[in-house]
Design a protein around this ligand. Structure first.
Ligand SMILES: [Zn+2]
Length: 273
């Protein structure tokens, strides 16, 4: 599933294609067709994201909420050009010169402003890790809140009500960088280790967003690719690297199931504090 950085990168492309333009919206889902007349010849005021949700805001006060889930995919094209795909077109935003097309996603809703705070998914989200106003001090406070402080880090980092935008690769990469075993809890960490973890919960997704999904050290990823590694092999420190040597200590990265998803980590690097 795309995580916060991938969703924001997709939103940036949609923004370039249709923001501040008069558009006409068409839906591929029957239940949404009644909204087409209200979203015709109306200007898009912003393309916002909150975690893995995209909020397409219109000047008339309506907002289209969409969640890509596992299969959803946005494609932007010049006007009149449709990509060759077998996917189902679920929403099309047509501006005069460009279109933004959402394929395969089914979690789409048209919301009035007052419905944004009561929407079942949006209303449960924690603060967005890519929101520049969110500080590591605030993240540390949430880590130590009653709701999360005694839960295993590997279990709740991807809970979107903790902070929004972390998925499985970010969880694994953050815990590795913080040298935290997935079974650790916030209360078991020293103040120094807790603050380091809180910082990394923001820094790693933000680096991933700025650098197209790379959570590895940028210089190390560059070197690996220069030596023939493909992007997927070079971008991570532990995620999907089970059986391979840890870049820091040389031990073998292992994979265990955690919260229904595979958690990748290096036992020697993530045993302390
Ligand atoms: Zn290691």
């Amino acid at each position: 599933m795309p995580e916060g950085p991938e969703i924001r990168l997709a939103a940036d492309k949609i923004q370039q294609a249709v923001e501040d333009k008069k558009v006409c919206v068409k839906f591929g889902l029957t239940k949404l067709k009644r909204w087409e007349s209200k979203l015709s010849d109306v200007t898009i005021s912003a393309i916002d994201t909150h975690g893995k949700a995209i909020l397409t805001r219109f000047e008339n006060g309506l907002t289209v909420y969409s969640h890509n889930q596992l299969y959803g995919r946005w494609i932007c094209t010049p006007a009149g050009e449709m990509p060759e795909t077998n996917r189902q077109l679920r929403m099309a935003i047509h501006a005069k010169d460009q279109s933004a097309l959402l394929y395969s996603a089914s979690d789409i809703a048209v919301l009035k402003n007052e419905e944004l705070t009561t929407h079942p998914y949006l209303s449960k989200l924690g603060p967005d890790v890519l929101n520049p106003n969110l500080t590591s001090k605030q993240v540390a406070e949430i880590l130590l809140s009653k709701r999360f402080r005694n839960r295993q880090l590997g279990g709740f980092l991807t809970d979107q009500s903790f902070v929004a935008g972390l998925g499985n690769y970010l969880r694994c990469e953050i815990l590795f960088a913080a040298k935290c075993h997935p079974k650790k809890t916030a209360t078991s960490l020293s103040p120094k280790a807790l603050n380091r973890l809180a910082k990394l919960i923001l820094e790693i997704p933000r680096q991933s967003y700025r650098h197209g999904g790379i959570t590895n050290d940028l210089a190390a990823a560059k070197k690996l690719m220069e030596n023939g590694a493909d992007f997927e092999a070079a971008r991570f420190k532990v995620f999907r690297r089970e059986g391979l040597p840890c870049y820091e200590c040389g031990s073998t990265i292992i994979r265990k199931n955690k919260g229904g998803q595979a958690c990748y980590y290096c036992p020697p690097c993530q045993s302390s504090n």
